[in-house]
Design a protein around this ligand. Structure first.
Ligand code: SF4
Length: 293
């Protein structure tokens, strides 16, 4: 298998075979993201990807791979017929596959028709991880996310209608204090309209090598402290009306608030209130991601 640069995957894909079908991110402009800054986006030749799959079959054994993650940042941007060839070969080489997943931002989910998504589902694509980050249009524009509330809803619904599981990520604190409440409220509206199987919370932390990181260093962006971030999370949870799993499965979050909606909503709100009652020094420091954070 050939890999270029750092290859990212969601924590839930830690045990998956990773096949790098694209390199980098076709958007690559989000002001908070440094994942693919040093990669020039390109779609790999299908023949090369098929060779990698064949090699993985020889190395790991066809019966031993149950889950596959297609990297990098937005592999669904590939032409559907090419993705279908890749999915077909994965199923041939690994006949016991249970899950094939990929990242896809809303603007690319929205580019495929429901029929294309249905064909991809039939060929084995079973879950999309979507960095929604926010449903609040002014914030989406501010961080150059390249999508809108309307597009997030349309794209998410197309994927869900095809029977593909959807995991949507909420970036707590991305709007700072100024947009905190509207960020949570509009994000809840998108999540309610799409009703994904998984809502995953990540707490925004400025990163070196990003524009928001530079804003933080220059004092133009002040990250939310633990209590403000938890109050924002409370607004989000209060408004959620769907029936998926809500997960805080990341070390940067200030508290592990997880459960199944709607039945665990009150328990989760109580857990937020318990965390809010803790003194500020009980939480990790707020600041740029460095070796000490
Ligand atoms: S957040 Fe997603 S869409 Fe934005 S630059 Fe990073 S990988 Fe690309």
């Amino acid at each position: 298998m050939r890999y270029e640069g750092i290859v990212y995957r969601p924590p839930s894909e830690g045990g998956s075979l990773i096949i790098q079908a694209t390199v980098g991110c076709p958007h690559n402009r989000c002001r908070f993201c440094n994942m693919y800054k040093n990669k020039r986006f390109r779609i790999r030749k299908v023949a090369e990807v098929l060779e990698d799959i064949d090699e993985a079959g020889r190395v790991y054994g066809g019966d031993n791979v149950r889950t596959v993650f297609l990297a990098d940042g937005n592999t669904a941007v590939m032409r559907t017929e090419h993705l279908l060839r890749i999915l077909g070969r994965l199923n041939e080489v690994f006949p016991r596959l249970e899950r094939i997943t990929s990242y896809c931002a809303s603007q690319y989910m929205d580019k495929k028709t429901e029929k294309e998504w249905a064909d991809l589902r039939a060929a084995g694509l079973s879950r999309i991880h979507c960095g929604m980050e926010s449903g609040h249009d002014p914030l989406l524009r501010k961080v150059c996310k390249g999508t809108s509330m309307e597009e997030q809803i349309r794209g998410g619904r197309a994927v869900r209608a095809a029977g593909i599981e959807l995991s949507m990520y909420y970036l707590a604190g991305l709007g700072g204090a100024e947009m905190s409440a509207s960020h949570a409220t509009d994000s809840a509206a998108v999540l309610n309209a799409v009703n994904p199987e998984f809502i995953r919370v990540r707490t925004f932390t400025p990163m070196p090598g990003t524009e928001l990181g530079e804003d933080f260093r220059a004092g133009r962006f002040v990250p939310l402290d633990a209590h403000s971030s938890l109050r924002e999370l409370r607004i989000l949870i209060e408004r959620l009306e769907g029936d998926g799993l809500f997960l805080s499965d990341h070390w940067l979050n200030f508290a592990d608030i997880s459960g199944r909606l709607p039945e665990d909503k009150e328990v989760m709100l109580k857990a937020v209130d318990q965390a809010l009652a803790l003194p500020g020094d009980q939480f990790r420091p707020v600041g740029m991601i460095t070796d000490s954070l």
